[in-house]
Design a protein around this ligand. Sequence first.
Ligand SMILES: [Zn+2]
Length: 206
Amino acid sequence: MIVCIPFAAHAHRRPLPAGFAMLLTEIAPPRFDVDLDLRYATVDNLTGRPIYRRPLCLLHPAAASALARATVLARGIGCRLRVFDGFRPVEAQWRLWQALPDPQFVADPRQGSHHSRGVAIDVTLADVDGTPWDMGTGFDDMTPQSHHGRTDLSITAQRNRACLLGVMVAAGWIFYPYEWWHYQLPAAETYPLLADGVTGIGLLSR
Ligand SMILES: [Zn+2]
């Protein structure tokens, strides 16, 4: 299913430029060669409760294009991207912040997460059969072990992280030093913050 959702002007923190119009793109097979493991739609996240009421991954079209490039590169080295989170409404960022108000690991919602702009993604690599690769820590492991450039992990984990880094950077993404799973577009701060209403379907759980 491909869902393209019009952005709503009221969901932006600042007024939209005249003529501004774009769409959010759903990230799902078969259009995108990815596995989905959307943790914020489950209890398996740092809040211990589902944040989303449905497992839906959306991205800004520019980010969706970069992700498509990354899927091709991943396939070229015999693996597949596995996505933990994409677009995260501003309201969802508040829930994460209330659970862990540490700006090293959770963006302060007052500043805005690049996930809330639709141009960041949390991702890992998996075998083509879906078996996730060992990255040394799990997703949202908020410890120094999650930082890039660690040499105190197994050789396999270091190599796997390097593969993910290479795939994503070559596809046009920028890495975040404190989380091996987080990538964002260049100049991410220039994209507007978006609230849940922009999806038109209500992504947040009650
Ligand atoms: Zn992230």
